[in-house]
Write a protein that binds this ligand. Sequence first.
Ligand code: C2G
Length: 131
Amino acid sequence: MATRVITFGTFDVFHVGHINILERCASLGDTLIVGVSSDDLNYSKKSRYPIYTQDDRLKILQSIKFVDEVFFEESLEKKREYIKFFKADILAMGDDWAGKFDEFSDICKVVYFPRTPSISTTEIIEIAKKI
Ligand code: C2G
């Protein structure tokens, strides 16, 4: 049976670290589903909105060849619901989240990949501010 992989993220100011994690996630199965954190979810976590709107972030993700399905992640509390709704066999995330989603290993396999070093949205924003 086809293996369905799910991952979550904001994917703001899209960069190669994002491509690398999506490529790795996709390599685990046949279908990659991406939960894109909504603008409101980001605001509730960080007290600021992402640079790119949720619609633009969704559109970018939809256009990536490794990605098959996208949806807005509206709440961090709904991961279990999303995993079930999208019938995911595997939840995969970068290792900045290592251990954080182990609670879902009763309904799917949980995998963490190493982050791509030396690149992040925060760093790009800081560099852009200085220019
Ligand atoms: N990532 C990576 N390497 C980088 C930067 C990011 O592998 N240099 C990965 C992260 O580990 C994550 C994904 O890219 O798996 C998306 O990163 P963020 O947009 O920062 O997502 P985040 O805010 O961590 O997700 O439910 C989780 C939330 O949606 C938040």
